[in-house]
Design a protein around this ligand. Structure first.
Ligand code: NI
Length: 138
């Protein structure tokens, strides 16, 4: 592997034991892969705190489509933010409930604003923003 650096980490044996148990549970093959993922997650979180870095998020939300004007409101919002919203998937869960998963790109602060707008809409029962990354520089 190109540019791979090995480094030693010191920690209490109790902490390492807990880590090893957890990475086994999480299906990691070895400590290195688990540590790489932790570091990537740390970097991604920091990019979100930076607010001005171009990034990616997914907004997942469940709503009752029978609530008055909710479809119009959600559609208006998607048109308003068409530059940020790359794709939306809609699934009818039962006679009343729908789930939508939206992929949003842009600056972290723009994505958070869109998620807040959607999740706070009347009729949206539950919503979550998952922050990820464009994958560049990782
Ligand atoms: Ni539906």
């Amino acid at each position: 592997m190109e540019g791979i650096v090995r480094f030693g980490v010191s920690m209490e044996s109790k902490l390492l034991k807990q880590f090893d148990e957890l990475i086994e549970k999480k299906n990691y093959n070895n400590r290195s892969e688990a540590i790489r993922d932790l570091i990537r997650d740390f970097i991604v979180e920091n990019q979100w705190e930076a607010e001005d870095v171009e990034t990616i998020g997914t907004i997942t939300y469940v709503f009752n489509h029978e609530v008055r004007e909710i479809n119009d409101k959600l559609t208006d919002m998607q048109h308003k933010h068409y530059k940020n919203i790359i794709s939306t998937m809609h699934v009818h869960l039962d006679e009343h409930n729908c789930i939508e998963v939206m992929i949003v790109k842009g600056k972290a602060k723009e994505i958070v604003k869109i998620a807040d707008e959607i999740i706070s809409t009347r009729g949206v029962k539950h919503g979550k923003l998952v922050m990820t990354t464009t994958g560049k520089n990782l």
